[in-house]
Design a protein around this ligand. Sequence first.
Ligand SMILES: NC(=[NH2+])NCCC[C@H](N)C(=O)O
Length: 343
Amino acid sequence: MNLCRVTVRKMSQGKKLQPLRKVGIIGVPFEKGQKKYGVSVAPAALRAAGLISKLKEIEGLDVKDYGDIETPDIKEVKVDNMAHLALVSACNKKLSERVTQVLKDDRIVVTIGGDHSIGVGTVDGHYKVNEDMILVWVDAHADINTNKTSDSGSVHGMPVALLVTEFRNYWPYLPTMDWQDPVFSIKSLGYIGLRSVDNFERLAIEKYKVPTFAMEDVEEHGIKNSIQHVLQALDPTSSRPIHVSFDIDALDALEAPSTGTPVRGGLTLREAICLMEIVHATGRLRAVDLVEVNPAIGNEKDRNQTIEAGLCILKAALGFSRRGTAPRGVLDLPIQDPNKPAS
Ligand SMILES: NC(=[NH2+])NCCC[C@H](N)C(=O)O
């Protein structure tokens, strides 16, 4: 018997990735990864603001709504400095399965959070289909704390550390998390928009040389060069599937005030749109998360502004362009010489 097994890796490498024009939406009304009320109502608020119909307006885009992930009410486990782990785990397990299903249906997955702890489920589910995926984490925060380094004990500051294989040994045994094997490599991760990074997180980013464009780098190089550099550094062959996990607090707090951990000095909405347009243009976007929109924070104007910013970002990721098409013929008109009388 031949014991030599050929592993068929779930890689899209080799065959050139084709742009997908089909999208699947998943809502995740989950907020136990942090302490404030409200981020769980974001999927409903975004839907009420016309998320589905606005995406359907994008030419040639087929949009299917896969509904919300409901988290079962389960008994909590006790883990030091890690709040609500059992609930976070249960939600992410279901989410991961749904993400995998949407990708297998040949659709780009759009996941609407929820707080950023749901990045565990989206990336886990994506990795199960595309092991060669790269991850761009657009955020004011690095979210790479463990329960030993976090000041808050909130899991929304820990999803990246839960996902990456290089951090396996930094964790104690985590009850309820057996379903999740940290197999994604930190070498496939890049950051954009950082400006509130904890001490240990900074050490980790430096140790593993994670391609990072913090706000001062975006300021120096511009958003186009920043995202292009990250994509190029992670994938010089320009062939790998892309996952963008977008925390609305990557935007300046003036642009997106309704969020739980706002930080001033962030991206403008225009910069975020530009980033997403560049990712869209690669034709390799396979998953995008929009998290930490909290409609319960601020007044009505804040709420509307934040939701609208979120919608603009998703539309840009999926191919909406502001460049209107000039009516046929308009650009062909002869240019009138101002010195000559009109004939
Ligand atoms: N996804 C977020 N908004 N994360 C905020 C994290 C804040 C802080 N670094 C923490 O670990 O608690």
